[in-house]
Design a protein around this ligand. Structure first.
Ligand code: NAD
Length: 359
């Protein structure tokens, strides 16, 4: 870097077209047309099927079949079931309506069968913006990157999230904030990713404060922040926080958003002292010099669990995973600060008991 200049960086680009705004769900038919889909299979859950019925009442969606069996962590058997439905119905594309589970299933069909898809997210998980896909076989979840699994179009309609409980909205928003925070301190971050992260953190902070006061527009801010967070996740490496959630969530079958929400304040307490730009971004977004404490308080105010113990995870089983987390960080470790098994054991112990995060 030259004095006062900037370090060189690259940016992978964003191939997905976005429609954002209340009632944008009614532009689904145009989106499917642009994606070249004539005979869509709708992948969703019983709740998402209600969204489809609502859209269909305004603009008929000529779905050739509807599969309501999307499941968390995309079990291989569910992929096979959905593939059989797609084959029987001669589907030439997919519309995914739901959270990371429905979108994850659409990604699997894009990977295996090349089916293009349009996504209508109903949570803040951010999967629709990334090329990461995964499947679970015999309890083992495997993830990989494939550019082919990105949706052609994403329709972000905040009205689709109105049915989320405050608890789930807050947990899912903190899941999105994890993408923002880790992208801001990843080894391959860039000024552009940090700008996205800053805007994402501000939108999520506004939305979190707003949703706890039932303010109008809070969901719009959260969904906008989640969209930016997904772009961050897509553009930089994941660090300690995501590794912890992947390891303990997979090994102990813990709920995704709830686990992220509990662990993030503790992971930030460990990482932010070694990541000044990310620390500045989060401190300014949360108007606090200790943003991890503000986050922990917001989670408690939503009445969501603040302790892994509340999710039913046995203390010994959680602590026993510390070594695997450190292994997953690789060599050299993909984290802004060096960590030992003992550091992670301490962190997991605090997260298990729901203690306030401490630096
Ligand atoms: P999810 O899709 O399983 O949804 C969580 C729960 O919320 C479910 O019970 C669902 O029925 C309910 N729900 C969804 N939308 C709702 C709404 N609008 N109102 C009320 N209830 C609603 O979970 P998730 O947290 O969205 O996503 C988690 C999954 O996504 C995990 O498998 C995770 O690994 C994956 N994920 C993948 C990526 C990626 O880049 N590949 C990124 C983030 C998450």
């Amino acid at each position: 870097m030259t004095d006062g200049g900037m370090a060189p960086f690259g940016f992978p680009g964003l191939p997905t077209r976005i429609e954002f705004g209340a009632r944008s769900r009614y532009r689904l038919v145009e989106a499917a047309d642009r994606a070249g889909i004539d005979r869509p299979l709708v992948l969703t859950t019983p709740r998402g099927a209600l969204v489809l019925a609502d859209i269909d009442s305004v603009i008929p969606v000529h779905a050739c079949a509807v599969f309501e069996g999307s499941r968390v962590h995309v079990p291989a058997g569910t992929i096979e079931e959905a593939q059989a439905v797609a084959r029987d119905a001669r589907a030439d594309g997919v519309i995914a309506i739901g959270g990371g589970s429905a979108i994850g299933l659409a990604k699997a069909l894009a990977h295996y069968d090349g089916l293009p898809f349009v996504a209508l997210p109903t949570t803040l998980a951010g999967s629709e913006m990334t090329s990461v896909w995964g499947e679970t076989t015999d309890g083992h979840k495997r993830t990989a990157r494939d550019e082919k699994v990105r949706p052609r179009e994403v329709i972000y309609d905040p009205e689709l999230l109105q049915s989320l409980s405050t608890e789930l909205a807050v947990q899912s928003a903190i899941n999105a904030l994890a993408h923002v925070a880790e992208a801001a301190y990843a080894h391959n971050t860039s000024p552009l990713v940090q700008t996205l992260a800053h805007a994402g953190a501000e939108a999520i902070s506004d939305g979190l404060e707003g949703i706890l006061r039932t303010q109008r527009g809070a969901l719009d801010r959260l969904l906008y922040g989640a969209m930016l967070a997904g772009m961050c996740l897509s553009s930089a490496a994941m660090c300690l926080h995501h590794k912890i959630c992947h390891v303990i969530g997979g090994a102990l079958d813990l709920p995704h958003a709830a686990t992220h929400a509990i662990v993030l304040p503790h992971a930030l307490a460990l990482n932010l002292p070694g990541a000044p730009t990310a620390e500045h971004i989060l401190a300014s977004a949360f108007r606090s010099s200790l943003p991890e404490k503000r986050l922990h308080t917001l989670l408690a105010q939503s009445s969501a669990p603040v302790a892994l113990a509340q999710l039913g995870a046995p203390r010994n089983s959680v602590l026993a995973l510390a070594g695997r987390v450190v292994e997953e960080l690789g060599d050299p470790p993909t984290n802004p600060v060096a960590v030992t098994d003992a550091d992670i054991e301490l962190l997991l112990g605090r997260a298990w008991e729901g203690a306030s995060p401490e630096r």
